[in-house]
Design a protein around this ligand. Sequence first.
Ligand code: G3P
Length: 219
Amino acid sequence: MKFFIDTANLQQIKEAQDLGVLDGVTTNPSLMAKEGITGEQNVIDHYKAICDIVDGDVSAEVISTDFDNIIKEGEALAKLHDRIVVKVPMIKEGVKAIKYFSSNGIKTNCTLVFSSGQALLAAKAGATYVSPFLGRLDDISTDGLALIEDIRLIYDNYGYETQILAASIRHVMHIVECAKIGADVMTGPLSAILGLLKHPLTDNGLAQFLADHAKAAGK
Ligand code: G3P
């Protein structure tokens, strides 16, 4: 399972990269705004800075909603770095653009996916990644993990190569359950990634080992 971090915060990206388990980054316009990154050139510079930190794919989202401008924006983003994946919303013009990009060797991440029908369409268009937002489904009392299971089944039925990028991950159990289902990638906050480390028996066991070692050494 690939681990992506879902943030535009350079410090957090560096921390995840230093842990040695990071496979990529996803961003969106809200995450960029949260870091105070505004203006076309600043956004471009920020994507380049992210690409310089990580080894894997970096999703950069278009803000256009019509085909011609999605293509223009996506081609410009793809030229920034070979790690850039153009993130395109699941709308009619977006599906057309994903088909265009996939036919022209540009990697895509189809975002804002909330149903298995949308995921099927993204795969048909040749998306590199599909991003079902499981946390946002949970937020409205719908089973987000059930959607990941359905997409896995559908993609396996036909051998679609589109990778399931479980997005809107909120906590450790989302990551573990997505791994059990067989999501190809998860993208989540640093807190969820670091949360995987934690178990009270690990902390208690280590404290005991260190105390016993110190006692035996006469300290
Ligand atoms: O990047 C897309 C997705 O992961 C958003 O997550 O937490 O805003 O629902 P969230």
